[in-house]
Design a protein around this ligand. Sequence first.
Ligand code: B1M
Length: 211
Amino acid sequence: MATLEELESLVIKGKAKKVTAAVQELIDEGADPSETLSTMIDAMGVVGEKFKSGDIFVPEMLVSAKSMKAGVEVLKPYLASDEVGALGTVIIGTVSGDMHDIGKNLVAMMIESKGFNVIDLGVDVPKEKFVEACEEHPEAKIVALSALLTTTMDAMAETVKLLNSQSFRDRIRIMVGGAPVTQEFCDSIGADVFTPDAASAAEMAKTLAGA
Ligand code: B1M
């Protein structure tokens, strides 16, 4: 029988196939999907600490990330809702220069599970692409930006600046987040809302949509 402790260890070690099996086993045995997800998020925190202290390097971080993604795939149906699209459209992406997408994917998944249609522009998204997406989707009410590196916070600021100068600015709310992002930074770049994690981002999106 798989345990959450074992799952954490498997993500840290980057054992994707075993993570897939362990997550399925945990869910089949009645584990809470949110707790299972939190365990994998905690594991990535440990991975980050190990990288920071020089115990592991980029390739190890990458295999851990892949194993977490494999686990999230199994969890998706258990976290999703069947009302997709009812609350409107959200455009999301990780800003230019930044390849981190696990947090952004979680935010997208949680927002979708609240009943939004999510247009995911991916990672390393140039600021102009966010503008194009808003123009292509006049129904979009929220633009959500993620950044994981202190060095890409500038790209987030530039993206917000460009969005703020557009004629469609009044119809969208700009949400920002990611490990180095703070409320103070959000205010300083002229974004509308900062939230610290995927669950609060999804709740906030719902509030912004007036639901
Ligand atoms: Co990178 N990396 N990484 N990395 N990586 C960090 C972020 C780092 C903190 C590790 C460390 O040193 N401790 C560090 C950044 C330091 C800094 O800037 N201060 C770092 C570094 C330095 C780098 C490279 C520069 C390493 C190098 O090449 N020398 C490089 C940069 C590449 C690039 O982007 N240009 C790099 C590369 C990578 C990999 C590709 C190997 C891989 C990413 C794979 C992928 O995402 N597909 C990777 C990983 C896995 C990490 C860590 C270990 C884990 C990130 C993660 O997925 N966490 C990370 C250390 C850490 O986070 N402790 C680290 C789990 C995820 C669920 O959390 O993404 O924070 P997170 O998302 C959270 C919240 O932040 C929030 O909600 C999520 C959960 O609820 N959130 C939002 C996120 N977006 C939001 C948007 C919102 C609201 C909330 O509203 C719109």
